[in-house]
Each structure stands twice: as structure tokens, then as C-alpha cells.
Design a protein around this ligand. Structure first.
Ligand SMILES: NC(=O)c1ccc[n+]([C@@H]2O[C@H](COP(=O)([O-])OP(=O)(O)OC[C@H]3O[C@@H](n4cnc5c(N)ncnc54)[C@H](OP(=O)(O)O)[C@@H]3O)[C@@H](O)[C@H]2O)c1
Length: 285
């Protein structure tokens, strides 16, 4: 499953997940942002129009993200349901009992009543407890603690293994994807199996802004490198999760819905590089 027709998307657009819940098509990342900085940036993102925040237990900012969302609800009269909140179980918490504890911890930290999307952060190269972890997550869905469940950094073999025991299908697979790590086969597999693909490090943390292929489209459309890379994600049916703690960049990264890339432009950014910005556990055992 990909996004609805990219040409018709707006900042308010949502994609329907296999769980039946809807997820906003532009997310907001909060990795490596802490304390008052992350409160300010999430609040600014919500004021700008983002409605989808991507945190994780690993990021140690679930409490602050929750505070920012609650402040926005209080100040604007918005509703909890207006905001889509994702968090993730970290590798060392995998296992049946430990997953239940981790979910309760995240619920207490964010204090938002429920979690919209809960992901297995990675297939976990250490002690493999994927099945126990997933079954505990399914129970939390039935208990109303979580609305949708999914995975992150899963390769095709991990998804096939999950299919063999899941009674709830994964709604999402979150992966590092940008023009320098395109993951064509894995994206096609997910989209053919009704799994929405989210793109992390979608703007390569700025490391590839000067690349000539990006610059060609910067010149052609009069957009910034970040906007070109984020629009490329949307054109591929992906949900990008750009992070910024800078108000002007938070706004810049949301201005993606008044221009299109042609299929040829998209193809021109399908490089054959295998450039990892963060990490790539998609091939672990
Ligand atoms: N599941 C996983 O394993 C995993 C792994 C990594 C990341 N993620 C998620 O994906 C999100 C995004 O990934 P990321 O934060 O690693 O990388 P990213 O979004 O590609 O890049 C963020 C960096 O780029 C800068 N930036 C943002 N907008 C910019 C702009 N318009 N112009 C120039 N620079 C800009 C930011 O600086 P300032 O903040 O200083 O503006 C920040 O340093 C994370 O925050 C997290 O939620 C998930």
C-alpha cells in the first residue's frame, strides 16, 4: 500500500493503515532532541500543521513530546485524536513480559491515553525475541493501549517470519530511505502486502544536499534540497519523517504540497548508491 494519489495530497492528508486507522502522510522526527528544545519543536510543528510525531523509548523524550502535544491541545482546543503519536520498543526490551512493561512505561511517559502506532525498533541483532514481542503488542492492541502496530528496519525475511505467526498484520515498516538508499525491492514487497513504508533520515541529515542530481531538481523547481528529497518520498508513496529543531526548517519541510516531481525526476534520484546515514539492521539474522 502506498499513499493516495501524490498529486492530490495536502498537509492534512492521511493514509489508511491495514489496522483501519488513518496516519498523516507527513511525520515529524524527534531523534536526538531533548528537554525544552524538543517541547518547542513539537509544539512549533503542530502549529505549522504537522499532525504525526515519531518518537521512541530510545530517544528519551517521550515525556517531553507528550507535554508538547498536550500543551498544543490545551492552547488550541485541538483534540487528542487530531495528533498521531508513534513510539517504539527498544531492542533490549524485546520479550513477552518486558514488552508489556515497555508499553506501560511509554504510556505513562507520554500520558496521552493511548499510543497510535507502536513499532519494534529493529529486528534486534542480539537475543532474538521478535515473536514474543509481537504477541505482547497484539495483546496491547486488544486492551486498547495501542491502535496500530508495526515494525522498523525489517527486511523481507523478517516480514515473512512475522507473517507466519501474526494474527494482526504489521501496519507499517519504518526504514532508512532517501535517494542514496532507495530500497526498491523492500518497498515494493511492503506496498504489495499492505504495509505502509515510512522513511527515516529522509533528507540524509543534509549530508547529500550538494549532490548534482539533487541540485538539478533544486534549480528546476526553485525548491530547497530538503523539499526535493521529501517530495521524492511522497511521490514514491512513502511517509517521510523529517526532524528539525529549527522553526524555519520545520516550516520549510512542510511546504511540499504545491509542486510535483515527474516520474523522470523521481527516477533521476533513484541512485544505486548504498549510503547509510544512521544504521541498517535489515539483514540481521
Ligand atoms: N527507526 C529507526 O531506526 C530510526 C533511525 C533514525 C531516525 N529515525 C526517525 O526518523 C527521523 C528523521 O531522521 P533523522 O533525524 O536521523 O534525519 P533527517 O530528518 O534526515 O535530518 C535531520 C537533520 O537535518 C537537519 N535539517 C532538518 N531540516 C533541514 C533543512 N530544511 N535544511 C537543512 N538542514 C535541515 C536537522 O537540523 P536541525 O534540527 O538543527 O534543524 C537535523 O540535524 C528521526 O528524528 C526519528 O524520528 C528512526
Amino acid at each position: 500500500m502506498g499513499l493516495p494519489n501524490p498529486a492530490t495530497l495536502t498537509l492534512q492528508s492521511r493514509v489508511k493503515l491495514s489496522s483501519g486507522w488513518e496516519m498523516p502522510v507527513l511525520g515529524f522526527g524527534v531523534y536526538m532532541s531533548y528537554g525544552q528544545e524538543v517541547i518547542n519543536s513539537v509544539y512549533h510543528a503542530l502549529k505549522t500543521g504537522y499532525r504525526h510525531i515519531d518518537s521512541a523509548t530510545l530517544y528519551e523524550n517521550e515525556r517531553e513530546v507528550g507535554l508538547a502535544i498536550k500543551k498544543w491541545i490545551h492552547d488550541t482546543g485541538g483534540k487528542r485524536e487530531d495528533v498521531f503519536y508513534t513510539t517504539k520498543i527498544w531492542d533490549t526490551d524485546q520479550g513477552y513480559k518486558t514488552t508489556k512493561k515497555a508499553i506501560n512505561f511509554s504510556l505513562r511517559e507520554c500520558d496521552l491515553g493511548y499510543i497510535d502506532l507502536y513499532l519494534i525498533h529493529s529486528p534486534n541483532p542480539g537475543k532474538v525475541m521478535r515473536k514474543e514481542t509481537w504477541l505482547a503488542m497484539e495483546e496491547a492492541v486488544k486492551e486498547g493501549k495501542i491502535r496500530s502496530i508495526g515494525v522498523s528496519n525489517y527486511g523481507i525475511k523478517h516480514l515473512k517470519e512475522l507473517e507466519s505467526y501474526a494474527t494482526i498484520k504489521p501496519a507499517v515498516n519504518q526504514l532508512e530511505i532517501h535517494p542514496f538508499l532507495t530500497r526498491k525491492e523492500l518497498v515494493e514487497y511492503c506496498q504489495a502486502n499492505d504495509i505502509v513504508v515510512e522513511a527515516f533520515c529522509p533528507i540524509t541529515r543534509g549530508l547529500k544536499f550538494k549532490d548534482h542530481r539533487v541540485q538539478n531538481l533544486v534549480k528546476k523547481y526553485g525548491r530547497t534540497p530538503a523539499q526535493v528529497m521529501l517530495r521524492w518520498s511522497l511521490e514514491r508513496g512513502l511517509v517521510p519523517l523529517p526532524k528539525s529543531s529549527t522553526p524555519s526548517r520545520i516550516e520549510e519541510n512542510s511546504k511540499l504540497f504545491d509542486f510535483n516531481l515527474t516520474p523522470e525526476d523521481v527516477e533521476s534520484l533513484m541512485t544505486n548508491e548504498y549510503y547509510i546515514v544512521d544504521w541498517d539492521p535489515t539483514n540481521v539474522a
